[in-house]
Write a protein that binds this ligand. Structure first.
Ligand SMILES: Cc1cc2nc3c(=O)[nH]c(=O)nc-3n(C[C@H](O)[C@H](O)[C@H](O)COP(=O)(O)OP(=O)(O)OC[C@H]3O[C@@H](n4cnc5c(N)ncnc54)[C@H](O)[C@@H]3O)c2cc1C
Length: 400
């Protein structure tokens, strides 16, 4: 029986395994760390004495590929596409509510937004420029709607972010109606919801770091890991589901990775607990989103290029000063700051144009990962789709 060797147990590698496992192929995943999930994982934090995610992940009800990976019992999907916002500079609040229908309509709009200017903005995004090249930054809707949305979706500042990627995300969500923009929360963390359902049923070899790929006659003949090697049979396939830099290291013919942006998450252990997960958009502050689940309140700061230079304790103090009123005030509780320095590639037009297609590199080597050319920014949805595409290509090779 031929074997598909998948390198990397992040969401893209797991998605590839999931798709292939439906077709009775033998699959082995090799993962350099001692856990699955990659940039999407839950872990026990000694200091807080509880499980936290490496970072809050916003998933929408339109994200079919990552939802296919999920254990539905581990999710809470809102009935309506409703998002609460607070401007921390002046304490004004507003609600964005796109309802639950299948036509684009906002029952409650952010300041400055109406159906016409939103549609006009959407049309203007249909090009290949940066967002500030085409949207008017002097409007009320720029600060109340566009900036929070762009940072959350693209992890890139609007003056660098690609119109093309943003347009695609809107076309798949907001433009299809509220039914497709409902937030999806995990009940017990990322791993239980998105990782374990697949990781729990495939053969994963941990502590296996790929160093080199040997190619003979346009086929991978040998996978060289730190400390051991795997010789491939002629009809074995390889799916490389590594981060961009690691993929380029082992396969230098792939395009060179360019720029990446960090994301900071600050997790506070709160005295009170919430029954259902919730999320609030924050404006006029470093803090951009507040996620609450049980007794953890987590703040996300995307495109945190400047702030990530600061000391963790300073970041926590700064964030707590901004959000403490929303969390009942008092002295700063126990916290954990997680800086993911290369959280995602910078979603700029230049970087986007350099992403390779999820295609074969040699006859039996296929690539996956959020950085491949899925047409989406670096997201769980993009990573899952890239894994499915690589699995389909590998299946075709295996059946020949
Ligand atoms: C803090 C943070 C917040 C985010 N927020 C969101 C969000 O709100 N919504 C959203 O949709 N997405 C979000 N993302 C992006 C999302 O997490 C990623 O797009 C997705 O997890 C990438 O999956 P992947 O499989 O492509 O890569 P990875 O998760 O990086 O998986 C690659 C795997 O390969 C392993 N590996 C690396 N080198 C080797 C080697 N040489 N040999 C063997 N194994 C190796 C790694 O350990 C890893 O497990 C966020 C990411 C971060 C970091």
């Amino acid at each position: 029986m031929s074997v598909t060797h998948i390198i990397g147990a992040g969401i893209s590698g797991l998605a590839a395994a999931r798709r292939l496992s439906e077709h009775n192929s033998k699959i082995i995943i090799y993962e350099s760390t001692n856990h699955p999930g990659g940039r999407c994982r839950t872990f026990y934090d000694e200091k807080l004495g509880l499980e936290i995610d490496n970072g809050n992940h916003l998933v929408l009800s339109s994200n079919n590929a990552i939802l296919e990976m999920a254990d539905i019992n581990q999710l809470h999907i809102e009935n309506n596409a409703k998002f609460n916002f607070v401007d921390l500079k002046n304490n004004s609040t507003w609600v964005v509510d796109a309802g639950s229908g299948k036509i684009p309509w906002m029952h409650k709009k952010p300041p400055g937004v109406n159906a016409w200017n939103l549609l006009n903005d959407y049309r203007n995004l249909n090009c290949d420029k940066t967002i500030t090249d085409v949207l008017d930054t002097s409007t009320a809707r720029w600060n109340s709607f566009w900036v929070p949305l762009i940072l959350a979706v693209m992890n890139t500042s609007p003056d660098e972010a690609s119109t093309k990627l943003m347009h695609k995300v809107l076309a798949e969500s907001l433009l299809r109606g509220g039914h497709y923009c409902r937030p999806v929360f995990t009940l017990n963390g990322l791993s239980k919801a998105f990782v374990e359902p697949t990781a729990g049923r495939v053969d994963i070899r941990y502590g296996a770091t790929l160093k080199n790929v040997e190619i003979r006659n346009n086929r991978v003949s040998n996978l060289v890991f730190r400390g051991f090697e795997v010789n491939l049979k002629p009809d074995d396939a390889v799916i490389m589901a590594l981060p961009w830099a690691a993929a380029h290291d082992v396969c230098p013919s792939l395009p060179k990775p360019q720029e990446f942006n960090p994301i900071i998450n600050v997790h506070f252990k709160t005295a009170t607990s919430v029954e259902t997960p919730q999320m609030t958009g924050l404006v006029g502050s470093y803090s951009q989103w507040l996620f609450r689940r049980k007794n953890v309140a987590s703040i996300t700061i995307s495109a945190a290029n400047q702030l990530s230079q600061n000391d963790n304790d300073d970041i926590a103090a700064l964030v707590w000063a901004e959000v403490s009123n929303l969390l009942g005030g008092g002295i700063m509780p126990k916290y954990r700051v997680i800086k993911e320095k290369s959280a995602t590639f910078k979603a700029s037009p230049t970087v986007n144009a350099s992403r390779p297609l999820t295609q074969s590199v040699t006859e039996n080597l296929f690539i996956a990962g959020d950085w491949t050319a899925t047409g989406l920014p670096a997201t769980l949805e993009g990573a899952s789709r890239s894994g499915f595409l690589a699995a389909n290509a590998a299946k075709q090779f295996l059946s020949n």
